[in-house]
Structures are given as structure tokens and as C-alpha cells.
Design a protein around this ligand. Structure first.
Ligand code: FAD
Length: 255
């Protein structure tokens, strides 16, 4: 529950917008789908960040979305930030044939999940989607399919362009998805149509991270403790999924 001070051991560029920070602390029990609350004392409040890896130590893939995340992503080796966690529900292993579907920085926790799956003997394929080549995340272990909206790398189109034929050709036990909510909704609907299970990771404005403040409420759930990993069917049945999120003050905003 208390912030731990962590030093940046390695700072790598994933793409033109995202940095992969390797910190000098380990969270050996953390699982893919869980997150930490990251804090830079001179940059504002804490921000939720998915756990991108735990080996060799904690990694966070941080996109420059606004002032605070930009300062975090720009941290250099030797500089410090504070983390609390891990929090939230992780992805759960289902069967032995997995498909990862990630958009933007959402691909980072899926790479962690892919590694664990392969080590446990699962067959893992991944769809790595971005708007353009310069925004693509690095590949995951296993078979990778790439899509870009503008066609600058891989298939031209959204992740659906690769997903729909794969769902027809192969029988996956579970599709694991993380990315923009509209994309996740489309993926969950495609999986529902094909009779394939899906697990998604929802993002809501989070403050405490452990179910006390209620800020991340989403149609009867607290996203930080009932999620962020959510069963695809349950998400589709939630009226706020893909429809509304909330801002810093808790005001509802249409997607
Ligand atoms: C469970 C979870 C996991 C996440 N994992 C990652 C990750 O691995 N990498 C990554 O780059 N980003 C991740 N995010 C998003 C990240 O927290 C926000 O992009 C970041 O907080 C932006 O902060 P800012 O001050 O730089 O930008 P702002 O200009 O304040 O906001 C930019 C956007 O980020 C959202 N945001 C701002 N503060 C929060 C907050 N406290 N909680 C949720 N959303 C917020 C805003 O709604 C807005 O859409 C995750 C969010 C959640 C909920």
C-alpha cells in the first residue's frame, strides 16, 4: 500500500511515443494484467501503469499522454519514481491456445502474458496493432501479426483485419486483449460471434488503486479491484463499457 522508491536501471525506446523503463525493484508475485500506481513527486498525482514485465525486474511501458506521463517516460537511468502495488485482477490462463490482441502501449502486458504462456507450454500468437509503423510496440514472444491503420507496416487496417481471419482459421481457447476501449469492444464482439472466450483490460480514471475512493466505478464495478481484467462477455453486458468513462473530477464522458 505504501509507495516504494525505485531507480531507473534502463530506459529504452519502444517507439516514438512510448518508453520502456526497467526499474531496480522486483515484484515477483505480480501477474500480467495487474498495475501499479506510479508517482513522480514533482509531476502531479499518481498514475496507473500496467506491469509490462517482472523479469529481470519491474518494467513499465509508459506512453507520453500528458504532462505527468511524459515526465515519467522521459526519466533517465539513475532517476527515481515511486510505485505502489501490484493492484487489480490479472489475466487468467485458459487452455493452451492463446491469441494476444494489443493496441498501442496495451501490447506491453500482453507480451508479459505471452512469455508466461510459452513457458507453460501454450501456443501463443499475437496481433500487435498501431496507427502507424513509428507507434508499433516491440514484438512479443511467439508468432506475431502486425497491423497499422495507414499500412506503413504489416496489414493495413485495425487489429480486426488480422483477428477476423485468424478466428475463422484457428481455434483459440482464449483471446487476451488490451488497448483502446472501442477496439476492445470490437474484439470482444468478434470473439462472441466466433464462440471464443475473451479477457479484456479496462481503463478508468484511477486514484487509490485498491477500491476505496470509488473513482473508477464502471456500471456497478470498481475497475481497480473488479478489473482491470474483465471477462469479455461480462464487459459486453455492462452498459458503460465502450460508452462512457470519467474525468479527473468523476464527470461522465462519452467515448
Ligand atoms: C489500469 C490502467 C493501466 C494503465 N497502464 C498504462 C501503461 O501501461 N502505460 C501507459 O502509458 N498508460 C497506462 N495507463 C494510462 C495512464 O495512466 C494515463 O495515460 C496517464 O495517467 C496519463 O496521465 P497524464 O497526467 O500524463 O495525462 P493527462 O493529460 O492528465 O491525461 C491524459 C489521459 O490519461 C487519462 N488519465 C490521466 N490520469 C489518469 C488516472 N489517474 N487514471 C486513469 N487515467 C488517467 C486521462 O483520462 C486522459 O485520457 C493505464 C491506465 C489504467 C487505468
Amino acid at each position: 500500500m505504501f509507495p516504494i522508491r525505485a531507480k531507473v536501471k534502463k530506459a529504452q525506446s519502444e517507439n516514438s511515443k512510448v518508453s520502456l523503463l526497467t526499474l531496480d525493484i522486483s515484484l515477483p508475485d505480480a501477474k500480467p494484467g495487474q498495475f501499479v500506481m506510479a508517482w513522480l513527486p514533482d509531476a502531479g498525482d499518481e498514475k496507473p501503469m500496467s506491469i509490462a514485465e517482472i523479469k529481470p525486474s519491474l518494467q513499465l511501458a509508459i506512453a507520453r499522454a500528458g504532462p505527468c506521463s511524459t515526465k515519467m517516460a522521459d526519466l533517465a537511468v539513475g532517476e527515481e519514481l515511486y510505485v505502489r502495488g501490484p493492484f487489480g485482477k490479472p489475466y487468467g490462463p485458459e487452455g493452451k491456445k492463446w491469441l494476444m490482441v494489443g493496441g498501442g502501449y496495451g501490447f506491453a502486458p500482453l507480451r508479459f502474458m505471452a512469455r508466461l504462456g510459452i513457458e507453460a507450454g501454450a501456443q501463443v500468437e499475437s496481433i500487435n496493432g498501431a496507427r502507424s509503423k513509428d507507434l508499433l510496440m516491440k514484438a512479443a514472444p511467439g508468432v506475431n501479426h502486425v497491423t497499422t491503420d495507414d499500412g506503413s507496416a504489416g496489414l493495413r487496417g485495425t487489429v480486426l483485419t488480422a483477428l477476423e481471419p485468424l478466428l475463422k482459421e484457428k481455434k483459440f481457447d482464449c483471446v487476451y486483449c488490451c488497448g483502446p476501449e472501442k477496439m476492445m469492444k470490437a474484439v470482444a464482439l468478434a470473439c462472441q460471434k466466433s464462440g471464443v472466450r475473451s479477457q479484456l483490460s479496462v481503463e478508468r480514471y484511477m486514484k487509490c488503486g485498491f477500491g476505496v475512493c470509488g473513482h473508477c466505478a464502471m456500471g456497478g464495478w470498481l475497475s481497480c479491484i473488479d478489473g482491470p481484467t474483465i471477462d469479455g462477455e461480462a464487459a459486453l453486458a455492462n452498459p458503460e463499457f465502450g460508452a462512457f468513462h470519467s474525468d479527473k473530477a468523476g464527470r461522465k464522458i462519452k467515448y
